[in-house]
Ligand binder design. Structure first.
Ligand SMILES: [Zn+2]
Length: 331
């Protein structure tokens, strides 16, 4: 989305155009941020500050130590490259005094130019305000949104339940999922706009009628659905953030309720109608976590079904684009 916004703004020159991106396909993307970053240490009132001795603070210090010693790290561990050279953090570029200073207060981990800040709600709103989430009318958009367990808005923890197998194998994600689910949004400053939107959208008022479009979403219970989607998550990202950039009312979107279809029986997914450009097609993958589909290939039936379905979607896009080109020549 960042690349497309740069193309739209002419950043690379007038000869380049956002149409150059035919499709955008995402899996568990934190478009609108995630509360896990606050639980890990991001200051809830003064991001990008990091709370001292929080887990995030300790991780940041660990990265600094690793980066400082990077020239001595054996090649067999090269996959853990944090690109220390880009920030001059290794002992070849930085003095020992400078290194100690970074351990005391990091210029990197507590800056706006770091992943933790990028996934705060505040940073996500800044991107939306800059128009970064706008859709291009000739690009096809599809998001895949995973949730662990089944959501139940009436349960006390926001509704995430887990099987014993999930708990045993993916216990870190299980723990983080519980943390995300139980997060207290009221402590955040500035207050995220999506909270105001939920407060203003009450089912009985009819205000939520058109806020969420199509598919699964019960439009009569729109506020409850969105509220629940703040807590339903894949262990890293809340469901609402995986849908697409911006509120549903400020973008074009179509939500489908056939997540089990994608993972278990792709023939159920709706490829019988031509894909629609400029609209987010939101597909939910139920009983899946942040790592269920990528990056680890395990060859499970569900994983194969997912990629088979995505292939069908991309072929449908190619077919639609060919039809567009033919129609343009005939006109
Ligand atoms: Zn939507």
């Amino acid at each position: 989305m960042k690349l497309q916004s740069l193309l739209s703004a002419g950043f690379f020159g007038r000869q380049y155009h956002p149409d150059m991106i035919l499709s955008v396909n995402t899996i568990s993307s934190p478009f609108r941020g995630t509360q896990i970053v606050y639980a890990l240490g991001e200051d809830v009132c003064n991001a990008p500050d990091v709370r001292p001795l929080s887990l995030g603070d300790l991780i940041g210090k660990g990265v600094h130590v690793w980066s400082y010693l990077w020239p001595l790290v054996p090649s067999c561990l090269s996959f853990l490259d944090f690109h220390a050279e880009s920030r001059a953090l290794s002992f070849r570029e930085a003095s020992f005094i400078s290194f100690l200073g970074q351990l005391w207060k990091s210029d990197w981990s507590a800056s706006r130019d770091a992943t933790p800040y990028d996934v705060t709600f505040e940073a996500a709103e800044e991107r939306e305000d800059a128009g970064e989430g706008a859709t291009n009318p000739r690009t096809y958009y599809r998001s895949h949104c995973a949730t662990m367990g089944m959501s139940d808005e009436h349960s006390s923890n926001g509704g995430v339940t887990f099987s014993l197998l999930q708990k045993a194998v993916f216990w870190p994600l299980y723990l983080s999922s519980r943390t995300i689910s139980a997060f207290d949004f009221s402590v955040l400053r500035p207050t995220p706009r999506f909270l105001n939107a939920i407060a203003a959208t009450h089912p009985s008022s009819g205000g939520g009628k058109d806020r969420i479009e199509d598919g699964i979403v019960n439009v009569d219970e729109g506020a409850g659905y969105v509220s629940n989607a703040l807590r339903a998550n894949d262990g890293v990202v809340p469901l609402f953030s995986q849908w697409h950039p911006c509120d549903c009312e400020n973008t074009l979107c179509r939500h489908y309720n056939h997540g089990e279809g994608i993972l278990d029986s792709p023939e159920k997914t709706p490829h019988d109608t031509p894909p629609e450009a400029g609209v987010w097609h939101v597909h939910e993958l139920q009983d899946a976590h942040h790592l269920s589909v990528v990056p680890i290939w395990v060859g499970s039936g569900r994983q194969k079904a997912f990629w088979r379905d995505l292939g069908q979607w991309l072929r449908a896009i190619d077919s639609a684009r060919v039809d567009d080109v033919i129609a343009a020549f005939e006109a």
